[in-house]
Write a protein that binds this ligand. Structure first.
Ligand SMILES: *Cc1c(COP(=O)(O)O)cnc(C)c1O
Length: 384
């Protein structure tokens, strides 16, 4: 055998397809349809032009300026872009999102996409001798890392309305004593728990076990759990630039947690690849955070198109789950998820279909621009 034993535990993630045979409208990977702020492009060009030598030097190992910019952006927006108020270039959190303390740079850790961040978080906080709890249908990378690190999982079915069974998750967590992870809003359902619901979970969970909330989609209509960090020292919040900050191409994800837990994840990073986010991503990430107003507008546009598309689906006889994210999970009697996906692809648009038993009737549709969604509606009517 050329390969190690542990290769048998690997079940790599299958990303949304990126075919090259034709220019598809891509509504299959939950990317943002809008480009980054023009100021981001400008800052990156300026950085490379003015400091070409920096591409030949190692980047700031601590990403200090980037962490300060992220902390600033969270304090300004309350961690929920689509509800924040814009006044010129100034942004203010919605009253219900205001964080009752200041997020500081030492509460932030950044990595190469939240996928990498999650991998270090799994390594740091989950144990191969104890099961961790996750929902049956959630981000499909969690089981991938469980295999990678040989961590046993305890998977809790969703309730019949597709929401998380928080009571059962707590029962299992207290039995296994190995921690909890879920996405909030959840994927691929799009449903969110309120901050109060998460608080009540945290109150019942053991403070000695890790509690991880993945907020990849929170900016499109969820409630961030950042305000709960003051109360709960076992809480780790994972976030990303890939969805609401129009930055999937720059691979930038982060956690917000206590400085102690941030240090622990940093120790993992320094034991694998001690350099951080590359120099260009540090510049673009920093500039994105300074332009929160632009991203607030993008998130609001996405949320508006999402609600319009939900209405369209309902009018056309679909079962659709009301979403707090930048995608909608929907199905229709009489047409399989796979046939719907294939039919829409013929019309030049990619949406996502999962073969996973239990959700194979559904398709997951990423919300695009107004004109992309109009194209999509035409394609749906044609296929139906
Ligand atoms: C997209 C997504 C991520 C990964 O984002 P990257 O930062 O691009 O790696 C993490 N969690 C969830 C729930 C996601 O949907």
């Amino acid at each position: 055998m050329l390969t190690s034993q542990r290769m048998n535990n690997l079940h790599p993630y299958v990303p949304g397809e990126q075919p090259k045979d034709r220019d598809y409208i891509k509504l299959n990977a939950n990317e943002n349809p809008y480009p980054p702020s023009p100021n981001v492009t400008e800052a990156v060009l300026k950085f490379i032009k003015a400091h070409p030598e920096k591409l030949g030097l190692y980047p700031d190992p601590d990403s200090l300026e980037l962490h300060a910019a992220i902390a600033d952006m969270l304090n300004q927006t309350g961690g929920v872009l689509c509800r924040a108020k814009v006044n010129g270039s100034k942004v203010e959190p919605a009253p219900e999102d205001k964080i009752p303390f200041k997020v500081t740079p030492d509460m932030v850790y950044t990595g190469n996409g939240s996928d990498e961040v999650l991998s270090f978080v799994f390594y740091a906080f989950f144990d191969s001798s104890k099961k961790f709890v996750m929902p049956e249908f959630t981000y499909s990378f969690y089981p991938v890392y469980a295999g990678f690190y040989n961590i046993p999982t305890d998977t809790v079915p969703l309730k019949s309305d597709w929401s998380l069974d928080t009571d059962e998750m707590l029962v299992r967590a207290s039995k296994n004593a190995g921690g909890i992870i879920f996405a909030n809003p959840n994927a691929p359902t799009g449903l969110a728990l309120t901050r109060e619901q998460v608080r009540s979970m945290l109150k019942k969970a053991s403070p000695d076990e890790i509690f991880i909330v993945d907020e990849a989609y929170v900016d499109f209509g969820g409630e961030s759990c950042i305000p709960l960090l003051a109360e709960f020292k076992n809480l780790v919040i994972v976030r990303t630039f890939s969805k609401s900050l129009c930055g999937a191409g720059q691979r930038l994800g982060y956690i917000v947690s206590s400085p102690e837990l941030v240090n622990i994840v940093t120790t993992v990073k320094n034991s694998v690849n001690h350099f951080p986010i590359d120099a260009v991503a540090q510049v673009s990430g920093k500039e994105a955070c300074k332009n929160a107003a632009y991203y607030v507008e993008c998130s609001k546009k996405v949320a508006k198109e999402r609600d319009l598309f939900y209405d369209f689906l309902i009018e056309n006889g679909f079962y659709a789950i009301k979403s707090s994210t930048n995608f909608i999970f929907a199905k229709k009697n009489g047409i399989s998820g796979e046939d719907l996906y294939k039919g829409i692809k013929k019309e030049g648009i990619l949406i996502r279909h999962f073969n996973t038993p239990g959700i194979e009737d559904f398709v997951r549709i990423t919300i695009g621009t107004e004109s992309q969604m109009n194209e999509l509606k035409k394609a749906f009517l044609k296929v139906l």
